[in-house]
Ligand binder design. Structure first.
Ligand code: GLU
Length: 433
């Protein structure tokens, strides 16, 4: 017997914090290994991003001073196709976080069967401190810096936290200026008249709703009259809340970065969203309507049937999971639940539809946008929504069956389905040279 080769060493540049986003992702991967059969020998390739780029982003501010920002683009895995994943502008962005977010994109694109790998990018910046012109300069310089690894066939960014269609338009323009021709397919989530897709803005929230309906049906939860609590009223949480309300559910609690408001009889969510959009947060709504802001921590104790964390990662630890009253948790955000909290949910029989399937509607319509750009032929919103709903339903059905077969939770089942697809491609392609 030859001596056993020592295992690959863990990455030197990952955070050592056991609750870091990358650590959470690694724990999720470890849980799926027993279900990978002969493909398990390839699993270490999912524990190290293929390519991680750190860039300096100098910006001339409006007052003439120069500020430097840290930027990242990580391509976690390209076995099944070009990199795909959003760009986040947030003061807490770090390499560790971007690595995890890129890895969750690898799992997500594989789980819904899109021909992409996983990537993610970010700039460590609070965009609310910048003027529009400063934001544009930051976006353009960042795009130029990561221009050496992105491209319509290589890696295709999209919006994420604090980025939007305007920022995608600047990215597309910058990349196009640098390559000398207009390249609509280099980013998705663009404005519709610049090669964007109808339905893209609402797609992530719509996917949360569609997978939520499917899951609710399977556990016998009636949507009409169901109580819904939402954390994060951005693009994802706002759209999902609106869709649940239109199905007759009551949105009974809302939390965003400005505070927490409960309304046991249900919010008029359309009005609340309009105020939030205009004035910046749920605190303004509370002020206007004479509603009480409650202690943020109490959000997790609210009597609800469906909980939608749609803000940032790491929100639900074991302690909060023990207090949550919902029967169904729909992860609109990426990485909101710690592995220890998953165990609590499982014990308490609370069903979690994990991020890597629940919020995959966004990247699915990004895929439609990319395909439309290549063909210069655009689909109607109906066509988009019909195809989106079908992909989400089929993916959930497949994952549900896998979960039942192995008697495992939906997260591990989603990872099992996705990892099999990724590692099969990895093994078939082989190691070069
Ligand atoms: N940022 C979104 C996500 O986390 C969308 C990514 C994309 O469309 O490429 O899934």
């Amino acid at each position: 017997m030859p001596a056993k080769t020592p295992a690959s060493k863990p990455l030197s540049f990952a955070s050592t914090d056991a609750h870091s986003a990358w650590a959470i992702y690694l724990a999720q991967i470890d849980r799926v290994v027993p279900y990978l059969g002969h493909l398990a020998k390839w699993v270490d390739s999912l524990k190290r991003p293929k390519r991680s780029l750190i860039v300096d982003v100098p910006v001339e501010m409006d007052d003439g001073s120069i500020r430097h920002f840290e930027g990242f683009r990580v391509q976690h895995n390209l076995s099944r196709g070009p990199g795909k994943g959003g760009i986040r502008f947030h003061p807490d962005v770090s390499l560790d976080e971007v690595m995890a977010l890129s890895a969750w994109m690898t799992i997500k694109t594989a789980a819904v069967g899109l021909p992409f790998g996983g990537a993610k990018g970010g700039v460590r910046v609070d965009p609310s401190e910048l003027s529009t012109k400063e934001l544009e300069r930051l976006t353009r310089r960042y795009t130029s810096e990561i221009g050496i690894i992105i491209g319509p066939q290589r890696d295709i960014p999209a919006p994420d936290v604090n980025t939007n269609g305007q920022i995608m338009a600047w990215m597309m323009d910058t990349y196009s200026m640098n390559t000398g021709h207009t390249s609509t397919g280099v980013v998705t989530g663009k404005p519709v008249h610049l090669g964007g897709s109808l339905g893209r803005v609402k797609a992530t929230g719509r996917g949360v709703y569609v997978t939520g309906c499917e899951a609710a049906k399977r556990i016998g939860l009636e949507l009409k009259g169901a109580r819904v609590a939402v954390q994060g009223l951005g693009n994802v949480g706002g759209t999902a809340a609106e869709l649940f309300a239109s199905a007759g559910s009551l949105v009974v609690a809302v939390q965003d970065h400005t505070g927490t408001v409960v309304a046991p009889e249900g919010f008029d969510i359309v009005e609340a969203l309009a105020i939030v959009k205009r004035e910046g947060g749920i605190a303004s709504y509370a002020k206007k309507k004479g509603a009480q802001l409650i202690d943020n921590e109490k959000f997790w104790d609210v009597e609800t049937d469906i909980l939608i964390p749609a803000a940032l990662e790491g929100q639900i630890n074991a302690e909060r999971a023990k207090r949550i009253k919902a029967k169904l948790v729909l992860e609109g955000a990426n990485g909101p639940t710690l592995p220890e909290a998953d165990d609590v949910f499982e014990k308490r029989d609370i069903l979690v539809v994990p991020d890597v399937i629940c919020n995959a509607g966004g990247v699915t319509v990004s895929y439609f946008e990319w395909v439309q750009d290549f063909n210069s032929f655009y689909w109607t919103e109906d066509e988009i929504n019909v195809r989106l709903d079908k992909i989400m339903r089929d993916a959930l059905e497949h994952i549900w069956t896998t979960a039942s077969q192995h008697k495992i939770g939906l997260r591990t089942a989603t990872f099992a389905v996705a990892c099999e697809r990724i590692l099969m491609a990895r093994a078939e392609r082989g190691i070069y040279p």
